[in-house]
Design a protein around this ligand. Structure first.
Ligand code: NAD
Length: 466
């Protein structure tokens, strides 16, 4: 039987946002299953941490290979679950192979003892030891990549993992569990759980659990951070963003605008570090906005599984599309200019036309809130200082980029961005080896690169006296 979004059941389910139909539902875990998972994770930890890191690396590398081998089928699952265009969905699964490979290759060195020379004599090293069972709480926007960022370094370290995925991603969550099992990750070392929010609070409170990593919204971050704090558990929070994308000047304004649009449309605008605020110098502003509007004009809804020129994909859910439409309406009602798009298509599917918006002021929700969808918001500035002040006028601090034909000029602004990632003449330095994370209300902690293996670690001093 299929139901529509209006009668959408709560809990874990595949709800195709391109049709609004519920395809499959999954039962949530019982409390007994939660307790069994905690015990199993605890017991698996005692064994997994004793496996030599070189042997853990072989299993972690195999996990990566399976992501690569299964990329097409993995991609199809998330296209149905959250509407990601097919080529991007497959690409995401392939990128996970790079992430597991990076940590399998570099993990032994990153976890190696760090010698120090004690001033008072004796011998000392800092050891990088695992801490125990960890909980990962993940969002729907990159269902594989987010899990890979958390799981790869922690499996290498010898930690064990309980994974609670987004309610809209049960099939991809199970596909990841299959990959772990098939790659030889021992039973109990990686456990997918369809847990409720109440059960998540119980898991965090359980003395066997040693840490929690959440990627998601500010709202969820403050809740999970509060529960973790109350229970004295280490937390990593990877939250939302409203990244500035500053264009001080450009040799080819149309090309710069087309690039900016391409970045903004990645994952239909649902990336935490998307260029949500384009900040453009006044002398090129009109040409820049004109080209954005040109790109947005005439697009029609398309199937994310059969990508075609001139089409756009749905958002992850009807609720998300309606929420974005309300943010746009608020801006337009208060005087912003909608240059193109922005129409919410009739339900129950989750289509909203990609839009270009300017004239956003502080009175509008769009100024400080994250717009999690295909909307290019463009601000006009008259100086580099004004661009910088606007770039930093946000509660978020995830990433940011500054562009100029004069690298030194762009660098001067980029050096002063209050963000966890700052880029010059590039949208983002992204890769398995590039640390990712933010400051301010974008959260704390880092994933990927060398810093990604430095979070859930007991950096133990080991001292031998003379
Ligand atoms: P969300 O916060 O609604 O959900 C994220 C996860 O947290 C889900 O698994 C959800 O079930 C769980 N969750 C939410 N409230 C909870 C609670 N009270 N107790 C237990 N679990 C809870 O976020 P979303 O809509 O799935 O993801 C989009 C958000 O994620 C955006 O804000 C985006 O910017 C952010 N994001 C950040 C990064 C990053 O690295 N900084 C990466 C991707 C996405």
């Amino acid at each position: 039987m299929t139901t529509t979004a209006a009668s959408q059941p709560l809990g874990y389910r595949v709800l195709n946002p391109a049709t609004g139909e519920v395809v499959q539902t999954f039962p949530t875990a019982t409390d007994a299953e939660i307790q069994a998972a905690l015990e199993s994770s605890h017991q698996a930890y005692a064994l997994w941490k004793e496996v030599p890191i070189a042997d853990r690396a072989k299993i972690v590398a195999r996990v990566g290979q399976l992501f690569g081998e299964r990329a097409a089928e993995l991609g199809a699952i998330i296209t149905e679950e959250m509407g990601k265009p097919a080529s991007q969905a497959k690409g995401e699964a392939e990128f996970c192979e790079d992430i597991f490979e990076y940590f399998a290759t570099n993990g032994p060195e990153l976890a190696a003892d760090q010698p120090i020379t004690p001033i008072g004599g004796g011998r000392a090293v800092i050891q990088k030891l695992p801490v125990g069972p960890l909980l990962g709480i993940m969002p729907w926007n990159y269902p594989y990549y987010q899990v890979a960022r958390f799981a790869a370094p922690n499996l290498m370290l010898g930690n064990t993992i309980i994974l609670k995925h987004a309610e809209s991603c049960p099939k991809s969550a199970l596909a990841i569990q299959s990959i772990m099992d098939d790659a030889g990750v021992p039973a109990g070392t990686y456990i997918n759980l369809f847990a409720t929010h109440d059960q998540i609070a119980d898991i965090i409170a359980d003395p066997r659990l040693q840490g929690v990593s959440l990627t998601g919204s500010e709202r969820a971050g403050s809740k999970i951070g509060e529960i973790a704090g109350r229970n004295l558990k280490k937390a990593v929070l990877e939250l939302g963003g409203s990244d500035p994308y500053v264009i001080l000047d450009a040799a080819d304004v149309k090309a710069a605008a087309a690039d900016a649009w391409g970045v903004r449309m990645e994952n239909t605008g649902q990336a935490c570090n998307s260029n949500k605020r384009m900040i453009v110098m006044d002398d090129i502003f009109d040409e820049f906005v004109g080209e954005l509007a040109n790109q947005a004009q005439g697009l029609v809804p398309g199937s994310p599984s059969e990508e075609a020129e001139g089409t756009f994909a749905p958002l992850s859910s009807r609720v998300a599309a309606e929420g974005l439409a309300a943010q746009l309406q608020d801006a337009v009602d208060k005087g912003a200019t909608l240059h193109a798009g922005g129409r919410l298509m009739d339900g129950p599917a989750a289509y909203i036309e990609p839009a270009v918006l300017s004239g956003v002021t502080k009175e509008m929700r769009a100024y400080y809130e994250e717009l999690f969808g295909p909307v290019a918001v463009v601000y006009k500035v008259t100086s580099d200082d004004e661009a910088l002040a606007l770039a930093n006028d946000t509660p978020y601090g995830l990433g940011g980029a500054v562009f100029s034909t004069d690298e030194a000029r762009a660098r001067k602004v980029a050096e002063r961005l209050e963000t966890g990632m700052s880029n010059v003449n590039a949208y983002a330095g992204e890769g398995a080896d590039m640390p990712f994370g933010g400051v301010k209300r974008s959260g704390f902690g880092r994933e990927l690169g060398p810093l990604g293996m430095d979070e859930f670690v007991n950096k133990r001093l080991f001292y031998i006296g003379e």
